[in-house]
Design a protein around this ligand. Sequence first.
Ligand SMILES: Cc1cc2nc3c(=O)[nH]c(=O)nc-3n(C[C@H](O)[C@H](O)[C@H](O)COP(=O)(O)OP(=O)(O)OC[C@H]3O[C@@H](n4cnc5c(N)ncnc54)[C@H](O)[C@@H]3O)c2cc1C
Ligand SMILES: Cc1cc2nc3c(=O)[nH]c(=O)nc-3n(C[C@H](O)[C@H](O)[C@H](O)COP(=O)(O)O)c2cc1C
Length: 785
Amino acid sequence: MKVVCLGGGPAGLFFAALLKRADPAHHISVLERNRPDDTFGFGVVFSDATEEALAKADPLITEAMGRHAHRWDDIEIHYKGETLVSTGHGFSGLSRRTLLALLHERCREAGVRLCFGRDVRDPEEFRDADLVVAADGAHSVVRERYREHFRPQVDERPNRFVWLGTTRPFPAFTFYFKADAHGLWRVHAYQYEPGASTFIVEATDPTFRSAGLDPADEPATIAFCEQLFAAELAGHRLVSNRSIWRRFPTIRNEVWHHRNVVLVGDAAHTAHFSVGSGTKLAMEDAIALVAALGEHRAVPDALAAYEAARRPLVESLQRAAQVSLQWFEDTERYMELEPIQFAFALLTRSLRVTHQNLKLRDPAFVARVDEWFANRAREAADPDRPSAGTPTAAPLRPGEPAPAPPTSSITRTSGATGTAAAAEAPLPMFTPFRLRGLVLANRVVVSPMCQYSAEDGMPNDWHLVHLGSRAVGGAGMVYAEMTDVSAEARISPWCTGLWNGEQAQAWRRIVDFVHTNSAAKIAMQLGHAGRKASTMRMWEGDNQPLPSGGWPVVSASPLPYFPHSPVPREVTTAEMRTIVADYVRATKLAEEAGFDLLELHMAHGYLLASFLSPLTNRRTDSFGGPLENRLRFPLEVFDAVRAAWPATKPMSVRISAVDWYPDGHGPADAVEVARAFHAHGCDVMDVSAGQTVADQRPVYGRLFQTPFADRIRHEVGMATMAVGNISSYTDVNTILAAGRADLCLLARAHLWDPYWTRHAAYELGRPLPWPGQYATLDRYRPRFT
Ligand SMILES: Cc1cc2nc3c(=O)[nH]c(=O)nc-3n(C[C@H](O)[C@H](O)[C@H](O)COP(=O)(O)OP(=O)(O)OC[C@H]3O[C@@H](n4cnc5c(N)ncnc54)[C@H](O)[C@@H]3O)c2cc1C
Ligand SMILES: Cc1cc2nc3c(=O)[nH]c(=O)nc-3n(C[C@H](O)[C@H](O)[C@H](O)COP(=O)(O)O)c2cc1C
């Protein structure tokens, strides 16, 4: 087979060397526009896990890499005068120049033809080749030549960064967060060979511009950075190598192969440098492509198999890289965190490292985080402390001065220095949380879930068992399902309601059961389905209009949910008065029933949500138009309910932070919505997303809505609840300890396992006490296999 590899970076060279070794009969050329010892950049990072994977494909190259690499275990975080150290991370740095030289050697040994100084302008010149491998990096000419087939998307990120080098040998992977008059500068630095380190400087675009670096040539960049980081460089100089300020391009391609042409490495996909995985991905692509060519006789089949094997892994890493790069874009938001929480948030930013696996790497560090978190939670939950819904373990409110940091201190928690007391601190999820007069025993909450099992709005034995078993299951609080303020407000004829005393008494039975038989609190979620009323049960046709027996529906504007849904009537101001009165009546009934917290459902496209979103609110009166107007009716309802609900009891509001639809709400709008409710006395935001319009385009994934709760919590300075694809206890502990939310709501995980919290407590070695009826379980060891 005649194989042409365009680009002699890690992807192209490793691929060529592996394929030639696998089948020496192939004629393989690597065409590289640079000379052999030209290379941009300085060092690259590999984790221990990556090295193991590479070693399986080519033990000699990994041995050689190991001989030249600089290894470290620690991550040092320099933040507000403190240096926090976490250990156990297992990384190596290697000079890119050395890596390429080693790969050149492997290619030559195998018999690959290396052509340097060969700048390819048009890959069509290789039409006679059996296989063309586009390993020509982020600015791939091959990808551009066939862009209508590959359909690339290049998302150029807003932050500016420059890749520099220095002679300062950093002892650990080092992060600096340093503010000057222009803003906050982030540095990612690591040693890759004796006396040589990579030093990447990153800032927001406004900070970069304010510093007068646009434009800045290499000498100006060096002069600026050497002055700014004089203390950090400790007398060492910075060096440049085509070090120009850039924006990181996240590259994705809808298709990775076309005819006999295939994309590998950065040409196919990029992952932000903060996850240190670009070279790893490039080399893993090479391994997968060689394997696919070995397994399939026809090149197009092999290319399809390669893409099928690699795409899920690459996309998963790109998701991690995306949250990581966003953390660095938003670092200003976290600058009010206390150092230990800041460090934990940084280390767990990509969702790859969690409370649990960080604990395996560095138990003393996590023990210190837990102890800090538990102390803050205990203080905030103290009933003698005057408090009304301020987040525990929370950032300071915007504008509030941070406590003065020590001028310089090194906090090394690794090794055997963790204290016995720290090891015994409760895990974040098992710390108390206070909102007004309500104290929850732990931070796990059963999210509201409609059961479509009521008649005439009356909750019954199903609801008693459903909520009762989850309360006994150990959650700190259980939410009743969306319960409607009038018969017409129901999603379906089978939804629960609170519009009469009989319903309040039926709810009272459930509330009393929860209070008598568990430590859980119980919340009521009040709603009005708006244009999504009069529909079928979820499992019979989600949001589908009732085939018969339906009723007229109302909404902010006369827009049907599906094209075939009934057109809602635009709510009149007179009807608004009635709806407010319905909410107030339901609130009084909820108090009569003994609920501990009241939530207003303003998410998922229901009536109040339909006022908030510009997609569903097209009104031309004072309730439509700008956000201030769209908030008017939801706030009126909130104010009336707040006035009717006891001052000692907290209230929450559930919103759809984003609509997942063009011109709909985005994360910044959610901040403004939350700010408005907070100003009106909302104690905690329940941050959900979507379901506003039927053709939404959500981006699902693990913890996919948590970033919205995180942003509201920090930008508004209020307590938040995270919900959406949270299912593991380590994710709950991570969200809480990093300060991304104050409570975690789990819905489907609780359907699957009503005893989710008990199971978590047991697995984590801190079992919860069983009720007397089940006390025999104190000596029982469950076994499932
Ligand atoms: C600031 C920064 C820091 C990084 N840090 C790390 C890190 O720590 N760890 C890590 O793993 N990765 C890191 N990366 C990413 C890493 O450099 C890339 O992901 C990796 O090099 C991709 O390998 P590749 O072979 O696909 O592309 P490249 O390494 O870009 O190689 C492409 C090659 O193709 C050549 N070429 C391009 N066009 C043509 C043409 N028309 N004709 C001939 N030749 C051509 C180029 O000269 C180049 O040699 C970092 C990237 C940046 C920007
Ligand atoms: C069966 C079911 C019923 C639901 N009913 C409600 C509801 O009544 N009110 C509400 O706000 N969300 C409702 N939701 C959404 C959940 O509260 C939660 O936000 C969503 O399922 C995402 O969480 P999860 O990934 O933990 O399941 C429901 C979800 C499910 C699965």
